[in-house]
Write a protein that binds this ligand. Sequence first.
Ligand code: TYD
Length: 146
Amino acid sequence: MTGYAPDIYNCNVVELTKIHNRAGNITIVQNGDTQPFDIRRVYYLYDVPGGSERGGHAHKALRQMIVAASGAFEVILDDGVNRKIVQLNRPYYGLLIVPGIWREIVNFSSGAICLVLASEKYDANDYIRDYDVFKQMKSIANAGRG
Ligand code: TYD
């Protein structure tokens, strides 16, 4: 049952290096440096209609870092007991999410780009897409932990 016990307090925003230049800024994400896992996959959400939401699911093993590469949105994190909402609106902040957290992304500004840096390649079996199933797994894991 490892992978289900972590809670939302294991998910934090990290500030990434920003190299400022009058011709624009550069932010770097690098294995062994910025995030506590190696990146095996990058995907990004774009052309999301303003105000809409997506991504209600949890992962069994995948770790991820989410960056608002452009625009803004909110990430709702839920560990089955507690919830928190993290607003991302700068390209030099990354939200680290551990496995076993239900996450939804809401309130996209128009033109926002949600960049997801993931520790695993795509695997449909790593997803938990049913919130009731998620809650059940978390309560079993939390009972085993106590
Ligand atoms: P999904 O994860 O369901 O998006 P969201 O939960 O944000 O709505 O992904 C939508 C579709 O894209 C789904 O059919 C799976 C597919 N997909 C891939 O094939 N590879 C990927 O890396 C991702 C993220 C999604």
